[in-house]
Design a protein around this ligand. Structure first.
Ligand SMILES: NC(=O)C1=CN([C@@H]2O[C@H](COP(=O)(O)OP(=O)(O)OC[C@H]3O[C@@H](n4cnc5c(N)ncnc54)[C@H](OP(=O)(O)O)[C@@H]3O)[C@@H](O)[C@H]2O)C=CC1
Ligand SMILES: O=C(O)[C@@H]1CCC=N1
Length: 271
């Protein structure tokens, strides 16, 4: 299979568009090799045209010519979509099927696709649209290393990729897939703190975002524990420890951790 297989993207909403944008705009995937399908294409036609990819309401046609099928519909919409593909015989050539649906297991996918369909579950996030994504992959039974590699090749240009056992997928969803929303709220709060202390809002947002990027990059690039990096910032009797204690008074650690736990619990029930 080529490095840029014929790709069908079913569902062209937030994630279908984020992945398409990452592939075409940021990583040079040939737009002509991507065919997206959605039930109401008019709404997203402008975005598809801007990317140069074909968008129609004919999922069966997109799948018939595809070597890789990326399922980007809501979990509740997946069963009907797969039933339609099966009824039309669109998966008879056994393309690699990659689902990003939260809470939707490989067993469910296997039960709703023709026997022997190679299946991979993936959990990306919206930063994939600018190549700063995090995607976790879990391979279905019988998927070869080459097929898993094909899925990896698809997501690697969009950011980091990690393989994990499927049992971790709900926690992955709660942490790295829902996580951007949590970080946007935290970023907004950081900026509000700056505004409260007199910074213009645009300046506060830029400082908050660049600081967050720098802190996250230090964790990834140094491999040091976040607690050790925090200690480096915290001068005895200085301002940082004063701020940290105020955050602890608000139970920042348990509030954030419980948010991930709750998102994980809900993700498990979405399929
Ligand atoms: N949003 C996120 O940050 C993340 C989402 N996910 C997962 O990605 C999937 C998509 O989420 P998201 O992009 O946010 O959802 P959206 O609702 O934005 O997009 C889903 C799209 O699927 C289309 N659709 C629905 N049914 C069909 C069908 N039968 N055939 C073709 N297209 C169809 C809908 O459009 P139309 O009505 O025109 O058909 C819609 O645009 C979900 O399963 C979610 O769990 C995973 C990681 C992160
Ligand atoms: O909120 C959701 O259900 C989806 C899955 C992970 C991110 N967004």
């Amino acid at each position: 299979m080529s490095r840029h297989p014929q790709l069908a993207i079913l569902g062209f909403g937030t994630m279908g568009q984020a992945i398409s944008a990452g592939l075409v705009e940021a990583s040079g995937y040939p737009a002509g090799r991507i065919h997206a399908a959605t039930r109401h294409p008019a709404a997203a036609q402008g975005r598809a045209e801007a990317l140069g990819i074909a968008l129609s309401n004919d999922a069966n046609a997109a799948v018939r010519r595809a070597e890789v099928v990326l399922l980007c519909v809501k979990p509740k919409e997946l069963k009907g979509l797969l039933a339609g593909l099966a009824a039309a015989g669109a998966l008879e050539h056994r393309p690699l099927v990659v689902s990003i649906a939260a809470g939707t297991t490989l067993d469910f996918l296997a039960a709703h696709t023709p026997e022997g369909t190679p299946l991979v579950r993936a959990m990306p996030n919206t930063p994939c649209s600018i190549r700063r994504g995090m995607t976790v992959l879990a391979a279905g039974q019988g998927v070869t290393e080459a097929q898993l590699g094909q899925a990896r090749t698809l997501f690697e240009p969009l950011g980091r990729v990690m393989d994990l056992d499927e049992r971790h997928m709900d926690a992955v969803t709660g942490l790295s897939a829902s996580g951007p929303a949590f970080m946007f709220v935290i970023l907004e709060a950081l900026a509000e703190g700056g505004v409260q202390c007199g910074l213009p809002r645009a300046v506060a947002v830029e400082l908050a975002a660049q600081m967050t990027l720098g802190a996250a990059s230090m964790v990834l690039e140094t491999g040091r524990h976040p607690a050790a990096l925090k200690d480096d910032v915290t001068t005895p009797a200085g301002c940082t420890i004063a701020g940290l204690l105020a955050l602890e008074d608000g139970r920042i650690r348990s509030v954030v951790a419980r948010g991930i736990e709750r998102a994980t619990q809900v993700a498990a029930g979405l399929g």
